[in-house]
Design a protein around this ligand. Sequence first.
Ligand code: CA
Length: 227
Amino acid sequence: MRVLLVEDDPMLGAAVCQALRDAAYAVDWLQDGRTASSALTRHDFEMVLLDLGLPHRDGLDLLRSLRVSGDSTPVIVVTARDALEQRIEGLDAGADDYIVKPFAVIELLARMRALSRRRVGSGVPLLGNGVLTLDPASKVATVEGNEHALSAREFALLRELLVRPGTVLSRAELEERIYGWGEEIESNVVEYIIHSLRRKLGADCIRNVRGLGWMVPKATAQEDAGA
Ligand code: CA
């Protein structure tokens, strides 16, 4: 899942960036409002973490124009502006959530998971397709009652497939979703991660669609209904 972090404080930005990468997010970090605004028009992000006090363009102004342009990318405002009026102003400008500095990174991560759930229209914390379930909080995958701990990359890749069962994602699409800008992508990394997931979870858990990419099957009941 690709996240844009907009934060001009170098220490805080570096710390959040690292924490998000450790939690298997692909993070792009920008430090001013103008660059962030231009990045948002050119790239798709699944979530934005937005500081408000930013050089060149205020975060609130950026958020308002994002919403006016019809962009509904989920935004969590991350700021030191903690007055009640400011929190209300931020939410009314189109923020989906608001977290006040200083904050615990584990709370930010939990809020991101909660926002992702609302995004896919599910209040249920687990992702799954009836055969396989994945817990985004613990990164544990369960198949036929057996739990398997996943590495950060394995989790990130499986998550991308499981939020859209039945949809084929190409190697390039998977790489884009699990790597941030400037992160070196090793060749065949997607094949390597899929190989490793299949060894843990069973060969049928991820299907290869020759020449196109990979998918996880839709739930069996849905397949039967469609047949
Ligand atoms: Ca700031």
